[in-house]
Design a protein around this ligand. Structure first.
Ligand code: AMP
Ligand code: MG
Length: 475
């Protein structure tokens, strides 16, 4: 029962410079679009979804919550913005779960003192996208925020067109972002950075509390988690689209899903965000932008460390990233052991995928069939030559072909969240029909397992004219 869940709400005990305690703006007639039963169960919540919706919509008081709007800044497309968020989210409360703190956050909850020119709302379209991607990431084994529930309304919300408002109840280990530290540093709020560091260590790294290096350890851990997160994005072909520092969790969870996309045909220069005209957040720029963001975080910590100390840690970013990336691709190719030539082999495959405009996900998924079957795959001459050298490399691996095949199928998803599939679920949701969200959620939660012919519609590439499209920022 939700009533019996232990709430700790440590963020609400920080000084008032960190937030504004407030309620939020309920919808008149909310309607449930999706309830995440699996996530609810893992949190010990077994309540009636409709009743829970009354609580999260704000139409029923829940005493244990400590609702507040967090304040943070951030670098938006490389430019510093003193106060950026949270203009449309309420930290409802923090559950003290067996796995640590879990934030419950309501996005689209109406205006806060930080809303600037915005209305504080989210729309059905963006909320469905956020829900689906959180589940897709979770299914892929990539740390992410997730949504516990999603509800729509008839409240008109102005975007490019008039849409309808929605709220998403989001869980994450934390909603503390790089931009939180930057906010206190750049606005010269005395002791803000140090108070926040102590808070983060108390809540998320209690074992290091007595350590004289605890702040540096925190920075190192944050950087490592960020590097690992982005290596996971690259390996599944995910383009986040808005890697502003306010969208970077200090615990390396993917969140704040906007105009994201899972790439269809392989294109390293793909830019999913329509407003990103210079491609700052293009697919291939993501690792260097993650590193840039770590520099921005380091700048916010500069009063507590020497530049040399920070630079020593920052110099490890590349190793953290590449070690993790290579490990992931090794598994995708079915190798147990490492060989120097593996990198070139991989580059060879990328080159073929790019020139032949092959589907990133399906090409990797098909490889396990190509190595263990004598079927004739329709391959170009170049691909056939590559396949021969790949098979030769596999024959020298410690893994048997069967073991390689199993490893590959566990690491090359069959189902990813293709934007055209999300769009189809959105169009239904806007008419109040939520079945497609439910079905897509189910498929995405288990993306490595072949669900059979009846589900093959979920692994088809988008029609040609809808491949690798760009999405608007209000997504
Ligand atoms: P985003 O790029 O979606 O992460 O947005 C950055 C920040 O802009 C958010 O943290 C919000 O504080 C603010 N924001 C975005 N959309 C709205 C909105 N509709 N109303 C108020 N604030 C918003
Ligand atoms: Mg954001």
């Amino acid at each position: 029962m939700f009533e019996n869940i232990k709430f700790a709400n440590p963020f609400s005990n920080l000084p008032s410079t960190f937030y504004t305690k407030q309620s939020w703006s309920s919808f008149d007639q909310p309607f449930l679009l999706h309830f995440n039963h699996d996530l609810a169960k893992s949190l010990g919540i077994d309540d009636d979804p409709e009743e829970l919706m009354q609580i999260f919509n704000g139409s029923k008081i829940f005493e244990k919550a400590s609702p507040l709007a967090m304040v943070y800044g951030g670098h938006q497309f490389g430019n510093w913005v003193n106060q950026l968020g949270d203009g449309r989210g309420i930290l409802f409360g923090q559950i003290d779960s067996p796995e640590g703190l879990v934030d419950l956050h309501i996005k689209g909850a109406g205006k806060t003192p930080y809303s600037r020119f915005g209305d504080g709302r989210a729309v059905i379209r963006s909320s469905v996208r956020e829900h689906l991607c959180g589940e897709a990431m979770f299914g892929l084994g990539i740390p992410s925020s997730r949504s516990l529930m999603l509800f729509g309304s008839n409240e008109p919300v102005m975007r490019e067109d008039t849409e309808r408002g929605a709220m998403i109840v989001r869980t994450a280990k934390t909603h503390i972002r790089f931009g939180h530290f930057e906010y206190f540093h750049h606005n010269k709020i005395t002791d803000g950075v140090k108070t926040l560091l102590d808070h983060v260590i108390d809540c998320y790294y209690p074992d290091t509390k007595q350590d004289s290096d605890k702040y540096l350890l925190f920075f190192d851990a944050t950087m490592k988690k960020t590097a690992h997160m982005v290596s996971a994005w690259q390996s599944v072909g995910f383009n986040h689209g808005v890697m502003n520092t306010d969208n970077m969790s200090i615990l390396g969870e993917t969140f704040d899903y906007g105009p994201y996309a899972f790439m269809e045909t392989y294109d390293p220069n793909y830019i999913c965000n329509h407003t990103d005209s210079h491609g700052r957040y293009s697919f291939s720029n993501q690792p260097s932008i993650a590193e840039w963001n770590c520099y921005a975080l380091a700048s916010a910590l500069i009063d507590l460390f020497s530049e040399t100390e920070l630079r020593d840690i920052l110099s490890k970013f590349n190793d953290y990233f590449y070690d993790s990336l290579i490990e992931k691709y090794r598994k995708k190719l079915g190798f147990k052991s490492a060989q120097d030539s593996d990198y070139d082999l991989l580059l060879g495959l990328f080159e073929i995928m790019e020139t032949e405009k092959l589907d990133y996900t399906n090409t990797f998924r098909e490889l396990s069939k190509m190595i263990s079957s004598s079927d004739n795959f329709k391959l170009s001459e170049k691909f056939s030559i590559w396949l021969a050298s790949y098979k030769d490399r596999l024959s020298k691996d410690e893994n048997s072909i069967e073991d390689s095949r199993i490893l590959m199928d566990k690491n090359n998803p069959k189902y990813i969240l293709r934007n055209y599939l999300a769009q189809s679920a959105i169009e239904d949701a806007e008419l109040g029909k939520a079945e497609k969200i439910d079905e897509l959620t189910k498929v995405l939660s288990n993306p490595y397992v072949d669900l059979g012919k009846s589900m093959d519609k979920y692994c088809q590439p988008a029609p040609k004219e809808q491949q690798n499209q760009q999405l608007s920022c209000s997504s």
